[in-house]
Design a protein around this ligand. Structure first.
Ligand SMILES: [Ca+2]
Ligand SMILES: [Ca+2]
Length: 151
């Protein structure tokens, strides 16, 4: 019986420690959030077309009340395929869609100019990082679904 109680106490301690680690991090404090991801473009992946590549995207929202800069920030997948943002700012409350394929960058649409899909259809993680390689936001998914995924 005594051993049982000790185990319970240890488990409680471990849970508390985990909670403490999970609380306010730079990530939670980020004002630039990955809010939506369409990781599986409509229809079959093959044959690959630029239209389908651009139907694969990550949406980033500036949740701050002031303009935020994304210049030279990075967006990467779990396999470390890295996209580096060009000179770019996002006004308060605005959103930008980062498409996988090619196109002309605008105030709300950026293009990674890739020749193949980058976000896995079954499971993957999108990581947004600042110029120091820290902060930003992360979004993970583990289900196959061609509907946009809300992070
Ligand atoms: Ca995909
Ligand atoms: Ca598909």
């Amino acid at each position: 019986m005594r051993k049982y109680i000790v185990v319970l106490a240890t488990t409680a301690l471990a849970s508390t420690a985990l909670l403490a680690v999970g609380v306010p991090s730079a990530e939670a404090a980020s004002k630039l959030q990955i809010t939506k991801v369409k990781y599986d473009s409509d229809g079959s992946d093959a044959p690959v077309t630029n239209k389908k590549l651009n139907d694969e995207w990550v949406r980033i929202t500036n949740t701050d009340d002031r303009t935020r800069t994304l210049t030279h920030w990075t967006l990467r997948d779990a396999s470390n395929h890295v996209y580096t943002f060009p000179t770019f700012t996002l006004d308060a409350g605005e959103r930008v869609w980062v498409h996988t394929g090619s196109g002309t960058d605008t105030a709300h649409h950026l293009y990674q100019n890739r020749g193949y899909y980058v976000w896995n259809n079954t499971s993957d993680t999108a990581k947004l990082r600042n110029t120091s390689g820290t902060g930003g936001d992360t979004c993970s998914w583990t289900t196959s679904d061609d509907s946009p995924y809300y992070c």
